[in-house]
Design a binder for this molecule. Structure first.
Ligand code: F6R
Length: 617
């Protein structure tokens, strides 16, 4: 989603802001801008399109100064054009604001401000805020005029919605004032008094690894030489400095054409990292540090509710199958965006598991808060260390998959499923529903996954050839059954989001209740059919498609020599435990989607209309 970066220190600020914005571009990218404080006035440069466009503008019209703020936008209010790009300036040009989030009462406030004579120059909700701050500062009953902090604080009391904001002003120069409610913000503590602010550590990691994550309701002032954090009406607060433990190389493409390809190819290593030190092969169990001290609660748990969106919801469906099949605990998976508003019943003894790569997805965060408020114990499965969800859950398990930059989630998905499998083993062993020998089977199979994924990745060229054959298809159907039904959903999502080909995932047997009507020779059907408990059933579904002239690409087990006689193409994957087949099956489908999208000339890392971390509801 939108990204914020700010800097105050000794260096020229514009290049630093551009560099930070480029690292945030993956979050949202329809326009961008910066404001720099220069000789007592604020200079704005903004441009529609990618950061490269803004960079060109700044080359043509340079700005100098030692502090400023920047923003990369993903449109919520108003089309993506220069006028609506941030920063937004107050009418007299004395105040500038960048904002992530949504101001829900923007319409009402805009009307009130217009009645008081304010003239608006954009369609955004954010502009309301800068008018309010200016008004409070200059005329606000004289109370807020003593500082920018007071003006921002007072203006924010009128705002309904979510925000991460950074504000600068010529009236109170030499500082950046920031505030957060529902949209992430952090302070980067640099050397020699340099200080950064950003919505994501990726923007500051080139300069510092020491970051302070702000909590909802926090405000902070950043000056040359330091920072202070305070809570309105409460006063100063101490927030710990955290060390970011990943490298700059992890947020760079490292020789790959796209982040997505890099992240697909990284999976043997990321899966190893997810499992490192956590598997107890002999005991047939796992050791999950983040769940320490929870044994009794997990033993007594009556039910699990998994919450997530998109790809994380798909891994959640696999989690539901795992937990019910192997740990025998009742489990439901819910779209986080539905859970919050449908007055769901959360019974005593419920464990709510929010799954999120970013740890910032607003729908998942609020669903988790709702479950927690209704008495559930919350246990997060998150990749981004220090993000909001893990800071608010009672316990959790990190993926340790490293930063995921490509908008289409790949390595996070496979690591999520591995974590769900490990949680299943943990619960099953604790509750006595999974024997040691069955636990051992799963742990052994988990251990083999990195090697097996590496083997699948060697088929890249073969899958590329397949992509060439199918790149012009208008529609795709993905079918799977049992553990591989969610893998079919995920395969279809990968294809549609990056190639813009319409694709649907379906339970293989459900197809005959409707979608079978779509099948003809122009409809490629991807069927996930490893040799698992439902192999024979899926085989019949394949025959049904073939009987109607459908063209089938089947993901099959390495030793399957039956299906290749029936289908049009086979993609072979190694044998594993039934419950882990969706991990192996999803890897070639990621590659298929990737190559089709590249061949169609789509921008796979930054697909249209999408943002990496969706921090608005
Ligand atoms: C799809 C994709 C999205 C995310 C969804 C949730 O490739 O990336 O569907 O999975 O927006 O995001 P997180 O996992 O960050 O909560």
């Amino acid at each position: 989603m939108c990204g914020i970066v700010g800097y105050i220190g000794e260096q020229q600020v514009a290049p630093l802001l551009i560099q930070g914005l480029k690292r945030l571009e993956y979050r949202g990218y329809d326009s961008a801008g910066i404001v720099v404080s220069k000789n007592g006035h604020l200079e704005v440069r903004k441009e529609a399109g990618k950061i490269a466009e803004l960079e060109k503008l700044i080359q043509a019209e340079p700005v100098e100064g030692w502090y400023g703020i920047g923003h990369t936008r993903w449109a919520t209010h108003g089309p993506p054009n220069t006028r609506n790009a941030h920063p937004h300036l107050s009418e007299k040009g004395d105040f500038a604001v960048v904002h992530n989030g949504i101001i829900e009462n923007a319409g009402t406030l805009r009307k009130l401000l217009q009645e008081r004579g304010h003239v608006f120059t954009s369609d955004t909700d954010t502009e309301v805020l800068v008018h309010l701050i200016e008004e409070v500062y200059t005329t606000g009953e004289g109370r807020a005029t003593e500082s920018l902090e007071r003006a921002v604080e007072t203006a924010l009391t009128q705002i309904e919605g979510t925000y991460g904001i950074a504000v600068v002003s010529t009236r109170d120069p030499g500082k950046i004032v920031v505030a957060r409610l529902g949209s992430p913000l952090l302070i980067g503590v640099g050397e020699n008094g340099e200080t950064f602010v950003a919505s994501d550590a990726a923007a500051v990691i080139a300069h510092t690894r020491d970051v302070i994550y702000l909590n909802d309701g926090d405000m902070a002032t950043i000056t040359k030489g330091g920072y202070t954090v305070h809570r309105p009406k409460h006063g100063p607060v101490d927030r710990p400095i955290n060390r970011v433990d990943w490298d700059l190389s992890e947020v760079e493409r490292g020789g790959y054409d796209h982040f997505m390809l890099k992240e697909i190819m990284e999976q043997p290593e990321t899966l190893r990292e997810t499992m490192r030190g956590r598997l107890l092969e002999e005991e047939g169990g796992v050791k999950l540090g983040g769940l320490q001290g929870m044994d009794e609660e997990l033993r007594q748990a009556q039910r699990v509710v998994i919450l997530g969106c998109g790809t994380s919801w798909h891994s959640g469906v696999i989690g539901e199958y795992l937990l019910e099949d192997l740990a025998r605990i009742p489990c439901e998976v819910e779209y986080a965006s539905e859970f919050r508003y449908r007055r769901a019943v959360v019974e005593p003894g419920t464990i709510a598991i929010p799954i999120s790569q970013s740890g910032e997805t607003a729908d998942t965060l609020w669903a988790m808060r709702e479950a927690k408020q209704q008495g559930a114990t919350t246990l997060g499965i998150v990749n981004a260390v220090g993000s909001t969800i893990p800071r608010e859950t009672d316990a959790g398990v990190y993926l340790h998959a490293g930063p995921e930059i490509g908008v289409a989630s790949t390595k996070a998905f496979t690591s999520q499923v591995v974590v769900l499998a490990m949680i299943t083993v943990h619960l099953g062993r604790l509750r006595g529903t999974l024997t040691q020998s069955r636990g051992r089977e799963i742990v052994r199979a988990l251990k083999q996954l990195p090697e097996q994924v590496a083997e699948i990745l060697k088929m890249d060229d073969e899958i590329k050839k397949l992509a060439e054959q199918y790149k012009d298809s208008k529609n795709f159907l993905y079918l799977g059954r049992g553990y591989n039904f969610p893998a079919a959903l995920e395969g279809a999502l990968k294809l549609k989001e990056i190639s813009y080909i319409h694709a649907e995932g379906y339970p293989a047997a459900e197809m005959k209740h409707g979608p079978i009507a779509l099948i003809d020779e122009n409809m490629p059907v991807v069927v996930i059919a490893p040799k698992d408990a439902v192999y024979d059933k899926v085989r019949s579904n394949i025959d049904e498609v073939k009987a109607r002239g459908g063209c089938i690409i089947a993901v099959v087990s390495q030793d399957d020599d039956e299906l290749e006689k029936v289908v049009d193409h086979v993609i072979r994957i190694p044998r594993t435990h039934d419950a882990l087949t969706p991990i192996l099956a999803s890897v070639p489908l990621q590659l298929l989607a990737y190559h089709i999208a590249v061949l169609r000339g789509a921008n796979v890392d930054q697909p249209r209309n999408l943002a990496k971390s969706v921090t608005v509801e």
